[in-house]
Design a protein around this ligand. Structure first.
Ligand SMILES: *Cc1c(COP(=O)(O)O)cnc(C)c1O
Length: 375
């Protein structure tokens, strides 16, 4: 008999059924669509949780990144500095706005955008329109350094916190340091609405404008009047109901993800070839995914590990393939300070381990046993 499948990160609804209660309310009042109480409340509750003044609930994290760039007036010919080691959804909206990405390498302490490479990018391209930083697998970047560089050059910072909802840096939530922060509620994220996203900012006028663009840019008029190009990017009242329920268990999910990370860390501490993604000082990551790297001289490769896990019906993944190595972005510049790019090194040596909050202690032990068996 095939053993129970262990997932990388799958949806995990609350035991209490909070999500269904809010969805049922939407049904009972027939506020199935378009907007309604759940959308307004989800925006308010998420903004309160992260400590941002305003929020716009959207159909995806990608839509939120797109709207952040649009709100910053990113357009044709503009340059946007972007973390190279990320999922393509960070970079694609730069292209939607006809702008030009310049990819920035990672540093080894957090795996995120290297402030030194960022500084170097400013020397080559003094006037970018925006910087977008990613907090990989839930781990905050060196935010103070990055923020300081952006402020010095007077360039707005967008935080792609799609993977890091609930993570803190010096006690403050990721997504609230820059001009805009974005979150994702895609199926694999720490909380999910089946699909959705949020844009947060302290700028009330810009958030109102994003809501306007996201509902087809309909001017206030009885007839359908349009002065601008709009988008159909708004979150539905049903989806927002799921989000409100999920938000109630976000702290539980972070606790469980942290427990998973610590269990792996403890289990692998005697294997010198395995290193965990570091937890940088002054940060509290949400540990969305527990990720390891395998030392270069190891006889066991990341592929060996992924194949061994697959055989046991256990899901794992490589680390994101950097954007500067993607065929679709091959014509764009990449800035690094190390001879060998850190993002390439992490891509070659990394494995994302199952970090599903539904895993039991036995499930985690099963994963550990397979990996330890290889060394
Ligand atoms: C998931 C993710 C996104 C996109 O979010 P969607 O809600 O799937 O559109 C963007 N950036 C990063 C780093 C992500 O992991």
């Amino acid at each position: 008999m095939e053993s129970k499948k262990i997932f990388l990160s799958s949806p995990h609804m609350s035991d209490e059924g909070y999500e269904q209660k809010y969805v049922k309310e939407a049904f009972d009042t027939n506020w199935v669509a378009p907007l309604g109480e759940n959308v307004n409340k989800f925006e308010e509750e998420l903004a309160n949780y992260v400590g941002s003044k305003h929020a716009a609930a959207l159909s995806a994290g990608t839509a939120a990144i797109h709207m952040a760039f649009k709100a910053l007036n990113v357009g044709k010919g503009d340059i946007v500095f972007c973390s190279s080691l990320t999922f393509s959804a960070t970079a694609n909206p730069i292209m939607y706005q006809d702008a030009t990405p310049v990819f920035i390498d990672s540093e080894p302490d957090t795996w995120n955008m290297d402030p030194k490479a960022l500084e170097k990018a400013f020397e080559k391209y003094p006037n970018p329109k925006a910087v977008i930083v990613v907090y990989l697998y839930g781990t905050p970047a060196k935010i103070d350094e990055i923020k300081e560089i952006c402020d010095k050059h007077n360039v707005p910072l967008v935080e792609d916190s799609a993977e890091s909802l609930g993570s803190t840096y010096k006690g403050k939530q990721t997504g609230t340091f820059g001009k805009y922060g974005i979150y994702s509620f895609n199926g694999n994220k720490i909380i999910t609405t089946s699909g959705g996203g949020m844009l947060v900012s302290d700028d009330e006028e810009r958030i109102a404008k994003v809501r306007f663009w996201s509902t087809q840019a309909r001017e206030k008029a009885r007839h359908y009047q349009h002065k601008e190009i709009g988008y159909n990017y708004r979150m539905s009242n049903i989806v927002a109901g799921i989000g409100r329920g999920q938000l109630k268990v976000l702290n539980d999910r972070i606790a469980k993800k942290t427990e998973i990370y610590n269990t792996y860390k403890e289990a692998f501490k005697d294997i010198p070839e395995i290193e965990m993604q570091p937890t940088p000082p002054n940060t509290k990551p949400n540990h969305w995914l527990s990720v390891i790297t395998i030392k270069e001289n190891s006889k066991v490769t990341p592929l060996n590990i992924m194949e061994a896990l697959e055989k046991e019906n256990i899901e794992s993944r490589p680390v994101w393939k950097p954007m500067h190595l993607q065929p679709v972005f091959k014509d764009y510049d990449f800035i690094k300070v190390k001879e060998k790019a850190v993002s390439e090194d992490l891509f070659e040596r990394g494995v994302c381990l199952p970090s599903d909050t539904k895993m039991t202690k036995e499930d985690i032990e099963r994963v550990i046993k397979v990996i330890k068996g290889l060394f």
